[in-house]
Each structure stands twice: as C-alpha cells, then as structure tokens.
Design a protein around this ligand. Structure first.
Ligand code: URA
Length: 192
C-alpha cells in the first residue's frame, strides 16, 4: 500500500520534470530503499556514482558503512527506509545546490508523509538544514529533537536525529566512532 503510493510519487517526479538539468545527466531517479512501513527513515544528500548505476540509495562506500552500523544495532536495510533529499546524481558528485534541494523538498515531505515514521535520521547537513535550520551539526549530532511539522491539513510529530554523514566519517577514525555511538544510541532503544 505505502509502496504503491511511493511508486506513484516517483512517477510524478519524472512526469513533472523536477530538476531537468540533473535528470538528463543522471542514469535514473533514485527514490529509496528498505521498508516503507519502518519506524525509522534515513535521509542523505544525493545519489553518488554507485547509487546512480544501481538505482538505490547508499550502495557505495557510504552505504557499506551505513549497513555496518545497522548490523551493529542488530538491524538490516529491511528494518528501515533510506532515501535522499535530491533524487538524481549531481554531476561529478558535487554538492546539491540550494535550488535543487528546494525543488525536491516537497517530494521528500510527501515521501515522509506516506511513510510517517517515528524517527527521521538526517545524514549530514544538507538533510538536517530543513528540519533544524539553526543547528550546527558539530553541536547537535546524536541529539533527538521533537518537531511538529504541518503539511497541508495534517500535523506530524517526528523525532529528528541529526547524524554526521557516513562519507565524512569514512576516513576519520574519531568521527567514525562518534557516528557509530550516536547511531547506536538511537537505533538500539528503537528496536525494543
Ligand atoms: N551519499 C548520500 O548522501 N546518498 C547516497 O545515496 C549515497 C551517498
């Protein structure tokens, strides 16, 4: 049921030509992966090369680390849902622009409405900035912040947990440890 709604939303993004300049140079739209009935949703930044090729988010080096963190918490990808704000790969893996993030935001929010998780984990500052714009990731990482988000006639209570982006932690041992600890502190209680 939720997957069907997500498939319709995906078709709408394509039909409405969201970010046509990104779309023409990407192989495909990367919508999401995992379980649309999950309590926890991860939001990254944008697909990279491996994601663009496979049509799935977080399947490259960052994804390998994300899978390791899930395993450390006794979970796998089928226990969560994983997506990005921007759903086409930016050329040469550059950061998504403000306009690109703005263009995809309404679709990300509709995706979240469909899934309606308990917890939204933002990976890196690009996905954090919409939910907690005033925050600095170095100060708020790992802290759960309750937010009421009103979309149309509906209000949602979501717990937002900002984490460092796995790519930032890949080659930085202490950041890697911090990210793993932050991750376990939210994921382990959620599993119970
Ligand atoms: N980095 C992201 O932010 N998203 C992906 O899907 C892969 C790498």
């Amino acid at each position: 049921m939720k997957q069907q709604q997500l498939d319709i939303l995906r078709a709408e993004i394509v039909a409405k030509h969201v970010c046509p300049a990104l779309a023409v140079q990407a192989s495909q739209l990367v919508m999401g992966d995992g379980n649309p009935n999950a309590d926890i949703v991860f939001i990254g930044e944008a697909p990279g090369k491996a994601e663009d090729e496979q049509g799935l988010p977080f399947v490259g080096a960052s994804g390998k680390f994300l899978n390791e963190m899930l395993a450390a918490a006794g979970m796998d990808r089928s226990d969560v849902y994983i997506t990005n704000i921007v759903k086409y790969r930016p050329p040469n893996n550059r950061d998504p622009s403000k306009q690109e993030k703005q263009a995809f935001l309404p679709y990300l929010l509709r995706q979240l409405e469909i899934i309606n998780p308990k917890v939204i984990v933002t990976l890196g500052r690009h996905s954090m900035e919409f939910f907690i714009p005033e925050a600095r990731i170095s100060e708020v990482h790992g802290q759960a912040i309750q937010k009421t988000i009103t979309l149309g006639d509906n209000s949602y209570q979501w717990l937002i947990v900002p984490l460092y982006h796995p790519a930032a932690a890949l080659y930085n041992g202490s950041l890697r440890q911090t990210l793993l600890e932050d991750f376990l502190s939210i994921a382990v209680p959620l599993k119970k």
